[in-house]
Design a binder for this molecule. Structure first.
Ligand SMILES: C[S@@+](CC[C@H](N)C(=O)[O-])C[C@H]1O[C@@H](n2cnc3c(N)ncnc32)[C@H](O)[C@@H]1O
Ligand SMILES: [Zn+2]
Length: 285
């Protein structure tokens, strides 16, 4: 595991600094009482016993996400995040610290952000080991750590110049704690228009109209809202792509696979689908 990334971490039990053992197979806290494995695939497991792994993306969901993102369907989102990474961590005068992606999945967006912030170390946090097997290899300057976003994060105070949170769970107090006081939080959420054609025909979960207001309200005790933009584009999706975009999202938990296949088979191929997300920046209070 990257030396620079280990220096960002703290023990999830006693909050002491962590260091890698000489052969790089484990992380040990300064108090010496707690040891954590580094998996063969390169990610460290800092999950504690009280984590809630039930929401972790499964191997199938991660494979679907990887295929869909690699095909470039969400390229406008990756490009917009990369532009913000340049502004927040890729230009002189920006605060010190890493780029930390909370709920990073395969590390796709983190890798784009690191390309735009050439001196920074990246940290992918996620509760799914299937996602982190990929994230650990997503970029030469990225490391990957299994943890629960609803628990105190195993990251040192003020360690991040930029925190990314893309379609993923967020604990506002912890995002604030790990950010440098002059740092930036970048949050991407779907709008009510996102994949609307599929939501209607395939019975997917809906995004409610006031998601943005709820996001601002949830973050308000710790952050002030800054620039926000809507990123809208159209996708021409074949049946395989449609199966992937459904399989990688929250509806994968709620949809019967056979029923879904039948409904997809009845759609035009390709189908033109709206993609629309909000990219919102926040500064620590
Ligand atoms: C919809 S995916 C988004 C992944 C990535 N940000 C992207 O857009 O490609 C949500 C991610 O959050 C992760 N996740 C779910 N519950 C979590 C938790 N409690 N702590 C950390 N990660 C969690 C899932 O494993 C999954 O990788
Ligand atoms: Zn410890």
């Amino acid at each position: 595991m990257l030396h620079d990334a280990v220096a960002l971490l703290r023990c999830p039990h006693c909050r002491a600094d962590l260091a890698a053992d000489p052969v790089g197979r484990a992380l040990r806290c300064a108090a010496g009482r707690h040891t954590f494995d580094i998996a063969r695939q390169g990610y460290a497991n800092l999950l504690t016993g009280d984590a809630r792994p039930g929401t972790a993306d499964t191997a199938d969901m991660v494979a679907a996400r990887d295929a869909f993102l690699r095909a470039g369907h969400y390229k406008p989102v990756a490009e917009a995040l990369a532009a913000e990474a340049t502004a927040a961590a890729g230009t002189p005068g920006t605060p010190p610290g890493a780029v930390v992606d909370v709920g990073a999945g395969t590390g796709h967006y983190l890798a784009h952000a690191l390309d735009a912030a050439p001196d920074r170390t990246g940290l992918a946090l996620d509760i799914s080991k299937y996602a982190l097997r990929r994230a650990a290899k997503a970029h030469p300057r990225a490391a990957a750590v299994v943890c629960d976003a609803w628990r105190p994060l195993p990251v040192r105070d003020a360690a991040a110049a930029l925190v990314l949170n893309v379609f993923a769970p967020r604990n506002p107090a912890e995002l604030r704690r790990i950010l440098h006081p002059q740092g930036t939080l970048a949050v991407v959420t779907p709008t009510a228009a996102h994949l609307a054609e599929l939501v209607a025909t395939l019975g997917l979960l809906r995004v409610d109209e006031d998601k943005q207001t709820r996001l601002d309200t949830a973050l308000a005790p710790h952050f002030t809202p800054g620039r926000a933009q809507r990123i809208g584009f159209t996708l021409a999706l074949g049946h395989e792509d449609i199966a992937a975009v459904v399989g990688m999202g929250p509806s994968a938990w709620h949809t019967d696979p056979a029923e879904l296949r039948a409904r997809i088979a009845a759609l035009p191929d390709p189908l033109v689908v709206t993609a629309e997300v909000a990219l919102s920046l926040y500064s620590p209070l």
